[in-house]
Write a protein of this length. Structure first.
Length: 289
């Protein structure tokens, strides 16, 4: 994807915003950020610095949302490995519900090819979004079903997006034999307690972002969080979205430790325990080395 004419200016602004954060309080405890949009224009010209700043994030999963972005994510993970020798960047391959309208007869084959790479560890971001409806319901359902089929075929975990579409999402999953479904995480969860408990009842995992740190928007999530078993929780930033730190609008992978810290406060568990358990869960879920 070509850089926008304002990319350098945006990246410099992002660096200035991040510098306002006091990094002296960073803990030795480490986490896995399961969802980062590293190919977003906010990071495009300084993505290496973004990764290096995340000193307490042992592994980062880059989110693919289309064939093109999935390919870009995979390019970054391979480039990072080649340059540093470190395999701490991985990626998903998928079609976001916003991009479901772009599905073609070759999409499944293109996804299969990308998923052959060892750094491509999950199918997604896929799912349903009835909040914005950038793609029609028909297109969203078709693309989601196809990706569930592919995940079953390839035995890859599913990285799922859901907004205002809980019932339809479950209906799609119910079309398949539950014994054949791969592990599923509901990424960037913002739903109700009832929805969260249904996901847990089915054995799914739930990803929480910095939204839980926001005073008003995060209150409902903080209220339901203690009802969820820690072993079903993963942490993420969805960077550069879901910003919650004072002094800047966006988020970065480095913020993921603060998400884990808030989980520990709300669940009344030691911070180190939350970091250790969510990291173990993420590594097992995605099959990370």
């Amino acid at each position: 994807m070509p850089f926008s004419s304002n990319a350098m200016e945006e990246s410099q602004s992002q660096d200035k915003e991040f510098s306002r954060v006091n990094t002296s309080t960073m803990s030795a405890a480490a986490v896995v950020d399961i969802g980062v949009n590293l190919t977003h224009r906010a990071f495009r010209n300084h993505w290496r610095q973004v990764v290096r700043r995340a000193i307490d994030v042992t592994k980062i999963i880059l989110t693919g949302t289309s064939i093109e972005s999935s390919r870009q994510c995979l390019d970054l993970t391979q480039q990072w490995l080649d340059e540093t020798g470190s395999s701490n960047l991985y990626c998903t391959v998928g079609i976001h519900p916003h991009d479901a309208k772009t599905w073609t007869d070759t999409t499944t084959a293109e996804m299969k090819e990308l998923l052959q790479h060892p750094l491509a560890v999950s199918i997604g971001e896929c799912g349903l979004d009835y909040n914005r409806n950038y793609s029609s319901t028909k297109d969203q359902l078709f693309a989601f079903r196809e990706q569930v089929k592919l995940a079953i075929e390839l035995r890859k975990p599913l990285f799922v997006h859901e907004r205002d579409a809980h019932n339809d999402l479950l209906e799609v999953f119910d079309e398949f034999d539950s014994e054949l479904l791969p592990p599923i995480v509901i990424h960037c969860f913002t739903g109700t307690k009832e929805e969260a408990m249904e996901y847990i009842r089915r054995g799914y995992y739930i990803g929480f972002t910095g939204t839980i740190c926001k005073f008003e928007r995060g209150a409902p999530l903080r209220k339901l969080l203690p009802s969820i078993p820690l072993e079903k929780v993963m942490v993420e930033t969805d960077a550069p979205f879901m910003g919650f730190q004072k002094g800047r609008r966006s988020s970065e992978p480095a913020d993921c430790t603060e998400v884990a810290r808030k989980v520990s406060e709300v669940m009344e568990l030691p911070f180190a325990t939350v970091c250790e358990r969510t990291t173990l869960t993420a590594c097992n879920f995605f099959g990370l080395m």
